[in-house]
Write a protein that binds this ligand. Sequence first.
Ligand code: HXC
Length: 535
Amino acid sequence: MGTTKDPATPNQVQNRDAGEWPPQDNLRTLQQMRDEARLGGGVERIEGQHGKHKLSARERVDLLLDEDSLEEFDTLKSSRGGHLGGGREYLSDGVLSGHGTIDGREVCIFSQDFTVLGGSLGEAHSEKIRKAMDHAVRVGTPVIGLNDSGGARIQEGIDALAAYGEIFARNVNASGVVPQISCIMGPCAGGAVYSPSMTDFVFMVEESSYMFVTGPNVVKSVIHKDISAEELGGASVHTTKSGVAHFVMPNDILLLREVRRLINYLPSNNRQRPPILDLRDPLDRTDPALDYLVPADPNQAYDMRVLINSILDGEEFLEVHAQFARNLVVGFGRLGGGTVGLIANQPAVLAGVLDNNASVKGARFVRFCDAFNIPLVCLVDVPGFMPGPEQEHGGIIRHGAKLLYAFTEAAVPRITVTVRKSYGGAHVVMNSKHIGADMHYAWPTAEIAVLGPRGAAEVIYRREILSSSDPAATLAEKEEEYRKTFVNPFLAAKRGYIDDVIFPRDTRGRLIRALQFLEDKDTTRPKRRHGNIPL
Ligand code: HXC
């Protein structure tokens, strides 16, 4: 008869013989601490959040990340109590931080818990956020913050201000190194809005998220004005007027899904290229309908998104800042599998003119793409910069210069297609060859000139028009003469200012070939600390 071998290792035998092992008290304590940390401010407060159509901090993370992929940092870290004392100690200190995956790719996250002291930021809370940010930069992953916070924790005094400063410094240092995404998912005040404002993309939820430096109560006491949170800093304000937020979604669930969608277009860090996704759309697909997109009447509008959707893989476009400065469309799509950043004038809104907001919107998007190796595709139909005192006094010179600077500075592959109008300064600014576009194509309908026909005729034929017996007829005649001579793409093509005049139906194929050719473009820049973009 053989003897049964004891499967335990010598260490296990020793532990067994030592009495109760593992120590049951510690296991129980660990489980209790974990449960307590998970509950945050308690069941009642979590239900209160649900009552406001908000998910809890943990439920949000579960929806954002792939199932069971969350690894938490500092679950057992506790709040510091603060100088006002008497406060209860909260495990996890009102924020969940960690890493997990989105469609298999690592991201670092933090999610503020409004049920704990209004998600306010104290020292330990800040350290947990900083840990996620530091790991993100070291490992090279995007960092996604789910913000739901009353700002600096009043009880912790200047320690809370210091704690914010540490986060702001990290926002700046991570900028251009890893994508930073902020989701505003509750009332965010004070420091809770400065940090998101420095990140690359800000998402808001309709009717349950607010951003303000000072809330309605402070507004009332300082400037004696009654204003609701929604009117002061609701999602519609920040997506249409201030431009602080890039995306608005109807609820937490749809917002988190949209964040996952955005992540799929982005590289994890500035050393990588964006992910390739084959949508099985033929590279040489043509679209004959595009030959008829531009109306015969040069003053008639059309929707530039028809062209955008037509050329992109699977006709899939993720528009960024869709409600703000709608005269310029920006967003992500794929051409031949790889991500591109689209910047397009929108003739359907203000005739596609460039104004202050459009310039700033475009500049920021171009700089994001350039920082993260995303090629730029620019679709042009622009009558010029918006004239008038409102825009001039609002700084169109300064803001227009931002767009000019951003395009000129961009080292990623840059391709332009001029669809119709491209006049004056706006022609140069919208990624022309003169400021470094790698390829510039024009449709046969392109109008590239210093001024539009009417404006040009009024200036250069002023005397003839004034001395004519029928000024209106002379103006019309001179306008037509100017149009025939100057308003076409062929003069620019003869000079080599554009590389080719192409058939509209072939636009997708030509763009993909150009992108393939430019794939290994040298994107290094001459050494300097940084340029001085006109802010
Ligand atoms: C400590 C806070 C807090 C804060 C909210 N709470 N904000 N605790 N510090 N900053 C607590 C409340 O006391 C309350 O606790 C709980 O969170 C929920 O808050 P409510 O007011 O009941 O919620 P709501 O009505 O939804 O209003 C949310 C709010 C409001 C708009 C965020 O709470 C608010 O205005 N808070 C103060 C905002 C603020 O001024 N923050 C400081 C900014 S200065 P109980 O126990 O009663 O439920 C700043 C400077 C940083 O951030 C600058 C760095 C350079």
